[in-house]
Design a protein around this ligand. Structure first.
Ligand SMILES: *Cc1c(COP(=O)(O)O)cnc(C)c1O
Length: 366
């Protein structure tokens, strides 16, 4: 008879730490309220209603609060995050802000690896939550630098661009999609014709699309992609190996490579939105709702406006949902600065005119 090999690695002090860490993350969720689904005012007789899921009101100010919570729970439950060991992330900023919050909550060090062009406000927020920022000149190196730092420190590279889609419970558990459908229940068109998302990790669009398919809804999913990003071309051609040189100007979205957590097959439609249109749209949001938001909110809003105009032209009635991804006060020196816009060579006026026409007539002249 062969002998039975047996090794028990039970470590009671680690298990006690793990239980407490999971409890702390869950308690944070339990203390939090759901985010609002705002109605974007359009004339009722148009027969198309537009809603914005306001993800800027999470405790750490963006939709990345949901992702960070999921990634921490996934990393903890997998035994990847360990007491006293740093958590490291490659991030264009928002994820790092939220992850710094959760790292502080469970008492582990946090290091964010980010492009040097990340806004000063975000660097300040990460440091405010007790995190450290490691800035790199070439945005394409954030992945390898993060993996190297993790190896050197014995820490855990969270790797949002790989794990975002699988760390999130796409079947429900009050994920962003389930929350939107719950909040639409008493509206005149409770099942949206379209949900428009943008893609950084691709996690949000994957979660929404999977939930829609799982629940057997007819809603279609459109992803709006900014200028400097390969998602649109990669989705269209099916080439998962595409790369581009320039980093995205729209913080949080647009990637220089096809990220593993972007799930192209689940997406019905994509739009490539010029950066000047994104900025014009987010400025128009302030004119209508009195709220500032980040550039990616403008990218999605531009696509949503276009879809509303299209539905009207075809005489379709229904609702469209897009997202407010993060607040505008993080970008006063970017999307809300005329100097920055001019220095980037962006001309907002032609796009602003298309939006003004649309809001007045419901027609799309772009
Ligand atoms: C991450 C991010 C997005 C896109 O969300 P993903 O789920 O990563 O695709 C949009 N806007 C902002 C501001 C973000 O930080």
């Amino acid at each position: 008879m062969e002998s039975t090999l047996d090794e028990d690695r039970t470590d009671p002090s680690y298990r006690a730490w793990l239980k407490d860490a999971v409890r702390r993350v869950q308690a944070d969720a339990n203390r939090s309220a759901d985010t609002h689904l705002l109605s974007f005012p359009l004339p009722e007789e148009w027969g198309v209603d537009l809603y914005l899921k306001d993800e800027s009101t999470h405790p750490t100010g963006s939709l990345k609060h949901r992702l960070a919570r999921s990634l921490f729970l996934y990393g903890l439950c997998n035994g990847w995050i360990r007491p006293g060991r740093p958590v490291i992330e490659a991030s264009s900023g928002s994820t790092a802000v939220s992850e710094a919050h959760f790292a502080q909550l469970i008492g582990v060090p946090f290091i964010a690896v980010m492009p040097r062009t990340t806004s000063c406000e975000k660097v300040g927020l990460i440091e405010f939550h007790g995190g450290r920022c490691h800035l790199v000149d070439d945005p394409r190196t954030v992945y390898e630098v993060s993996a190297r730092l993790a190896a050197e420190t014995g820490g855990h590279y969270m790797d949002q661009f790989t794990y975002a889609e699988r760390a999130t419970d796409w079947r429900g558990n009050n994920n962003i999609a389930e929350s939107v459908y719950q909040q639409l229940r008493l509206e005149r068109f409770p099942e949206p014709a379209w949900i428009v998302a943008t893609a950084g990790t691709g996690g949000t669009s994957a979660t929404i699309a999977r939930y829609v398919h799982y629940m057997q809804y007819d809603t279609r999913i459109c992803v709006a992609d900014p200028q400097n990003s390969v998602f649109f071309d990669g989705w269209r051609s099916g080439d998962a190996g595409l790369c581009c040189e320039t980093g995205s100007r729209i913080e949080g979205i647009g990637r220089p490579r096809m990220e593993p957590s972007f799930v192209p097959g689940a997406i019905d439609r994509m739009m490539k939105v010029p950066d000047a249109a994104s900025v014009a749209a987010v400025r128009a949001l302030e004119g209508t709702l009195g709220r500032k938001a980040g550039g990616s909110t403008g990218t999605g809003l531009w696509a949503a406006f276009r879809i509303v105009a299209e539905m009207r032209r075809r005489g379709e009635r229904g609702s469209v949902v897009s997202l407010i991804c993060d607040p505008g006060d993080r970008y006063l020196d970017k999307y809300y600065s005329d100097e920055w816009v001019a220095a980037q060579g962006l001309d907002l006026e032609p796009y602003a005119e298309v939006i003004r026409d649309f809001l007045k007539t419901g027609e799309w002249s772009g």
